[in-house]
Design a protein around this ligand. Structure first.
Ligand code: ADP
Ligand code: MG
Length: 402
């Protein structure tokens, strides 16, 4: 797919460049637990600073409800980015308004401001195109050109991703371009065997990709919260585990379709079942088809794939030439439920094949578990965006740059 590159914008010295970044990092109590998305944003920022551009960074963080909410302030991100960049990143406590305009007009060549969370304004994600457009116009008035570099949001038709790109001369940033290269490699000439590992908790968001993947992969490994809808589709009880009842029929269809196509769908054979969702929860390993047989009965929560499953997943991964992984195998944030994710991550680092990890939490998981970025072929900053691309959907934030 062709997209306009930064070069198409002409010389950017002394130009005010708005960059839509994806600085949506995991935060707890104001502390950034994984700064991968900030690091990933730096190549475009560094290049443009060197070119003498004046940079206005915009991003969202989390899902505030369309009004300012200190919990979701980008302030800690400005501080971290400044450390990583080795240069000041001025933070402005609003996205649009007098203070934002003043800060932007005070910029000198090579200087950077970061505006407050876009999602403090409801119009950013509004379903009403007119509202989005109006907000985008106010954003556009802050700059001369627009660079779209928030790969994690290019599948969203949101004001700062879509409408803004229509209002100013616009182009894809280096991160978006790099991410797209990898995705093209996964969709056009992926070497076989090609294995996709799916997990995480956004089950209904992710099930859709399966239909499309069945047309191109050899093996699908299912872990995380998605497992239980599959187990239910096979007629097993899943106790109190994450379950999308209305998706059971769809999943049954996938299982049939996989069989027809000769695609191997591998489900866990054992599950770590816990008494409750907590770090100190009692837990035990039970067969995947007997989750209710744990000592927690119908209250039991499946929070990780079991060790036999993890070993089987690792074996499938090690035989693959291409592996795409989205979604942790379990609640990796809690040590007792991190083993499945750790085993799968290690298997990716040990295979000779081309490995891609996509998804905010998946990327955070591999780093939290002590792996480094260079042990993988590529760590994508976008989970939903990667999946939608692999699904063959058109991504509004990319289309608008074509
Ligand atoms: P990504 O951001 O990589 O696309 P998701 O956002 O879909 O992944 O899911 C990540 C979350 O899924 C993690 O916070 C993890 O704790 C959770 N998760 C994984 N397995 C389970 C499970 N069995 N039950 C509940 N939550 C789970
Ligand atoms: Mg996530």
């Amino acid at each position: 797919m062709f997209m306009r590159t930064i070069e198409s914008l002409g010389p950017l010295k002394s130009k005010t460049v708005i960059i839509r970044c994806d600085l949506n990092v995991p935060l707890s109590d104001g502390v950034i637990s994984d700064d991968g998305r900030i690091r990933a944003s730096l190549s475009t920022i560094r290049e443009l600073r060197e070119a003498g551009a004046r940079l206005v960074l915009i991003s969202h963080l989390g899902r505030p409800k369309g009004v300012p909410d200190a919990e979701y302030s980008l302030r800690p991100v400005a501080e971290r980015m400044s450390e990583l960049l080795g240069a000041p990143v001025r933070f402005v406590e609003e996205t649009i308004g007098d203070a934002a305009s003043a800060a932007v007009s005070e910029l000198s060549d090579g200087e950077v401001v970061l505006l407050e969370n876009l999602r403090f304004t409801a119009a950013e994600t509004s379903k009403d195109a007119g509202e989005r457009r109006e907000f985008a116009e106010r954003l556009a008035s802050l700059g001369d050109v627009f660079i779209s570099d928030g790969f994690g949001v290019v599948h969203r038709q949101q004001a700062s991703v879509y409408e803004l790109a229509q209002l100013l001369p616009s182009a894809a940033g280096r991160l978006v371009a790099a991410e797209l290269d990898v995705l093209q490699r996964l969709t056009t000439d992926a070497k076989r065997p090609y294995t996709v590992v799916l997990g995480g908790s956004k089950v209904s968001d992710k099930l859709g990709v399966i239909a499309h993947l069945l047309e191109r992969v050899d093996t699908l490994l299912i872990g995380g919260g998605m497992v239980f809808t599959f187990l239910a589709a096979q007629g097993h009880s899943v106790a109190a585990s994450l379950l999308e009842t209305d998706q059971i029929e769809t999943v049954r269809g996938y299982l049939d379709e996989a069989e027809r196509r000769g695609v191997r769908i591998v489900l866990p054979v054992d599950i770590v079942v816990a008494e409750k969702f907590a770090a100190d929860a009692a837990h035990e390993i039970v067969p995947a088809d007997a989750i209710e047989s744990s000592r927690f009965g119908a209250e039991g929560l499946g929070l990780d794939i079991g060790p036999s499953s993890a070993t089987a997943f690792a074996a499938a991964i090690s035989q693959s030439e291409t592996v795409f992984w989205n979604g942790p195998m379990g609640v990796f944030e809690i040590d007792a439920f991190a083993a499945g994710t750790r085993t799968v991550a290690r298997a990716l680092t040990e295979t000779e094949g081309f490995t891609v990890v996509g998804g905010g939490d998946s990327a955070a998981a591999v780093r939290a578990l002590g792996f480094s970025d260079d042990q993988f072929g590529h760590i994508s900053t976008g989970g939903g965006a990667s999946l939608e691309y692999l699904e063959g959907k058109s991504l509004p934030g990319l289309e608008v740059l074509a």
